[in-house]
Design a protein around this ligand. Sequence first.
Ligand code: ATP
Length: 407
Amino acid sequence: MASVHLSDVTRRFGAHVAADRVNLSVNEGEFVALVGPSGCGKSTLLRMIAGLDWPDAGAIRIGERDVAALEAAERDVAMVFQNYALYPHLTIRQNLATPLALRRLRAWERMPLLWRLSSASRERHARIDADVSAAADLLGIGALLERKPAALSGGQRQRVALGRAIVRQPAVFLYDEPLSNLDAELRASMRSEIVELHRRLGVATIYVTHDQVEAMTMADRIAVMRGGRILQFGTPAELYTEPASLEVARTLGTPGIGVLRATVRASSAGLATACGCVLPLAVHAAQGASVSIGLRAEHLALTSIGDHGALPARVLQVECLGADTLVHVGLYETHAGAHRAAHGEAQPRLIVRAPRGLAEIASLPRSGDVVGVRADLSHALVFDDAGRRVTHDVIVSGASMRRVAHV
Ligand code: ATP
């Protein structure tokens, strides 16, 4: 077991900076996800930790060892790839045994029959067999050992790829989008298997994904990446409730956070949204400054349009998920809004999570209905023009009463 530390790691490809002074510490036994859009530098970081690529500057430590000068095979890490990377002409047993044979046996001990001549060699072969069987049992692939990869399903192949990483008993596991080739159902079950495996083995794990649900559900901590940099590193709960920027807030959460553009009014006079509503929020920014207000679906509720303090809206789409429902609404100004909506103008959109499901379908609104949307502003997230989170207060009865965010 080991920890992993990156200090000011930089990697350039020509003029492009794929990793820009990245600092990251993964503790022993911790599961860390690197999440971000395609091209943000996740795989580049992982490959540098694995020893498949080298930084132009900065240091990488695995445990107490500076691994900069070490080849991949000397780093004691195992990597699982999206495309499984199995040897197609070998059986599953041979696929699992090969990494061990390469590490533990001398060249002559890998020759057919010859290895039987020495008792020490026979013992080493027996230990490899035992390790392969243990990994196969752990992953439930014992019955597949004599097949070739082509005779396995995608999920089974990925399980073999996991097995090949496990048998080596590495100090660190690295995963590069390992579930991207699987269908949604299999992805969900493999997610739990990988987490369960991690719990049992307790080895530091770095898991690259562009799927924020994977990151949120699997990781102890998440590093959100953009443009070769880590925007924020924290637990899923920290990043979800206390995002440092609009980009991080937009990255995490299903459904995605709704965002309203607004302008700061005079002191304690609230924020005027682009759709003409005034929200009783006070921020420490100059009058007239532009801000963005992030509102998550679970902090919004449907009410009637005349309800005091509710934002007037029109229902655009209703997605009933079974136990609850996502209602997509477009906000509008009470008077001009109906006209604007009728002319197809873009409206600020929000998604409301209604705690009513299929059983209460008759009580759910329909597309085109006019509704009110009430926001629990104590959970609102406010960002300045540059997308940085800013402190805000909820204004109660004209006075700024309650500070709800400290950034
Ligand atoms: P994806 O999710 O699509 O794999 P990623 O976040 O893992 O994306 P990287 O593969 O790390 O991104 O690539 C980061 C940037 O570096 C990209 O712009 C990519 O084109 C560039 N890049 C990566 N490897 C090389 C290379 N060998 N030569 C030139 N540019 C490269």
